[in-house]
Design a protein around this ligand. Structure first.
Ligand code: APR
Ligand code: PHB
Length: 390
């Protein structure tokens, strides 16, 4: 088998890239370790930057997004129950975010892949990358039907943090940078109307809380928890009670409670590996970088990576110019690091760190109070939250 681009991983990075290349007339195949229902079933953040919405529209994938996405021109910070509204659209010349779950995005990508003939090899075991710095790059794997080999011009590693691609870059070339946070997020999904029409990022003495949503009838709530916490110790009543305390009495009196149908704990991490290209291998999305979920940048960053890579590969095939692919790593990393900075800052501002003392806490309170009174500070938050330009 032969293709121009072999894509490892059918998450958002891999599937958006496959559609971008298909639209540009470049032949690509996706090789995925799991099956469609597994990839589609993972619950992740649900806030799309304008870059992501624009790409879905450009690729003709936005029918359901246009009909069901919730456009938010603002967001809220809260400190010990006091709400500070950030008018993102007003501060950024009308830019907004759209609330639309990653599970819905994946469904749109997979449905369109089937009708357009974008090929995914599911259940691929023992995926291995070969000759990435030579003249015959290829990928091998195994599935129920036997052993496979795919020859290609380039391999793109879109296989997430735990994938094989990053490890194919020699240790003496690869540099990694990391922060692991001393807490996690305990999240639930419940079919109850959201407490507020926009999100609330709450800093409370007892820890962070986030009020988010998937639709007018489905809410997504999180509370910061310690990493050794067990989901079994958090029956719904305990979760709702803790959430209500952290959101404060004014918000809590409007909180509609109900049975959760998903409950899980996620750790928080900041991670970047450099470079994002080695020989005929490119990395995109979580394979190269992780952000903590505060600010919901994960999927949006994957989209900005593959948008840049799609442009670079199109230039390579159409104009026979390697300028774009040679510049890909530096261009993508410049945007990645700005999103890393924002996600780290927003996490630091809103969470309770175990080592925090009264001084640290008062600095957080002072910074939030400063934001509440400063249009400049609000604009800085808003322009990062809606997403920096590509
Ligand atoms: N071989 C083939 N596929 C693999 C391998 C492998 N060895 N290892 C992992 N994969 C697949 C995973 O099963 C998964 O479907 O690669 C995919 C990676 O998807 P994500 O982890 O979602 O990564 P990415 O597409 O970069 O997503 C970016 O979306 O899912 C969120 O948290 C993620 O916010 C991040 C964003
Ligand atoms: C979510 O809805 O899951 C969500 C929203 C905003 C975030 C993180 C997660 O910052």
């Amino acid at each position: 088998m032969r293709t121009q681009i072999a894509i490892i991983g059918a998450g958002p990075a891999g599937m958006f890239l496959a559609h971008l290349l298909h639209a540009a007339g470049i032949d690509a195949r996706v090789i995925e370790r799991r099956d469609r229902s597994y990839v589609e079933g993972r619950v992740r953040a649900g806030v799309l930057e304008q870059v992501t919405v624009d790409l879905m529209r450009r690729l003709g994938l936005a029918d359901r997004l246009n009909a069901c996405g919730l456009v938010h021109g603002g967001t809220n910070l809260s400190i010990d129950g006091r709400i500070i509204h950030i008018d993102m659209a007003g501060l950024t010349g009308g830019r907004t975010v759209t609330v639309y779950g990653q599970q819905e995005v994946m469904r749109d990508l997979f449905d369109a892949a089937e009708t357009r003939g974008v090929t995914v090899a599911w259940n691929a075991a023992d995926v291995a990358l070969h000759d990435l710095n030579g003249v015959h790059p290829h990928v091998t794997w195994r599935d129920a039907s036997g052993e496979h080999r795919l020859d290609c011009d380039f391999v793109v590693g879109c296989d997430g943090y735990h994938g094989v691609s990053r490890g194919a870059i020699p240790a003496e070339v690869l540099r990694t940078f990391e922060r692991v946070y001393p807490f996690g997020w305990l999240g639930i999904l419940a079919d109850v109307p959201p407490v507020e029409h926009e999100l609330i990022y709450a800093n409370h003495e007892r820890g962070f809380a986030l009020a988010s949503m998937r639709s007018a009838t489905r809410s997504r709530y999180y509370i910061q928890c310690s990493l050794d916490e067990d989901v079994a110790d958090w029956p719904d009543e305990r979760f709702w009670a803790e959430l209500a305390v952290r959101l404060g009495p004014n918000v809590a009196e409007r909180l509609v409670r109900g049975p959760s149908f998903e409950k899980s704990i996620a750790p928080l991490r900041s991670f970047v590996s450099e470079p994002m290209r080695w020989g005929r291998l490119f990395l995109a999305g979580d394979a190269a970088h992780i952000v903590p979920p505060t600010g919901a940048k994960g999927m949006n960053l994957a989209v900005s990576d593959v948008t840049m890579l799609g442009e670079a590969l199109t230039e390579h095939y159409r104009e026979r110019s390697d300028a774009g692919i040679d510049h890909y790593s530096a261009r993508a990393l410049a945007r990645v690091w700005k999103a890393e900075r924002f996600s780290w800052w927003f996490t630091s501002l809103t969470h309770r760190f175990p080592a925090m003392d009264g001084f640290d806490r008062r600095l957080q309170m002072a910074e939030i109070d400063y934001i509440s009174g400063s249009e400049a500070a609000q604009r800085t938050l808003a322009e990062n939250y809606v997403g920096l330009p590509l």
